[in-house]
Design a protein around this ligand. Structure first.
Ligand code: ZN
Length: 146
């Protein structure tokens, strides 16, 4: 599905020959208007409480299903806070050093069509299954979204 979306975007941009697009232009293509959404990432410093918020455009979710048995559990796991331990890569701007923090994703803007990539690993074999779920999943995400 990812390759299909990339090919559709390439075909769209090919219609504009060598014209350059800024971030807004690339994020508002007809393909992104259908499949694009925005993820909010909040990283909270556990020493001073400073929250760093960023937004990222996305066209699919890559869900780990190694330890879950339902799609709901995989989505809940994806949107659960993750602890970034001391000695990791996160540096707090206020503390001006590497700190322990939590990182949490939430859905800022839902895509009209949500594509989910399920990742399951068996020994050294990577098996990726794509599902494209149209709007019916939106109600489930509403419960997870803050
Ligand atoms: Zn801090």
């Amino acid at each position: 599905m990812t390759y299909l979306l990339l090919s559709m975007e390439e075909a769209y941009f090919a219609g504009y020959n060598d014209r350059e697009f800024d971030t807004y232009g690339t994020e508002t293509t007809p393909i992104n208007q259908i499949f694009g959404g925005y993820i909010r990432t909040e990283v909270t410093c556990l020493e001073c409480g400073t929250v760093s918020t960023t937004f990222q455009q996305c066209q699919d979710f890559s869900l780990d299903i190694k330890h879950v048995s339902t799609l709901d559990d995989a989505l809940e796991d994806y949107f659960s806070p993750e602890r970034l331990d001391e000695g990791g890569d996160y540096s707090c701007r206020r503390c001006n050093k590497k700190v322990v923090a939590t990182k949490k994703f939430s859905l800022e803007k839902d895509p009209q069509v949500l594509c989910i990539q399920l990742k399951r690993y068996v020994v050294l074999l990577l098996d990726i299954i794509h599902f494209c779920i149209i709007h019916s999943l939106k109600d489930r995400l509403e419960g997870i979204k803050e």
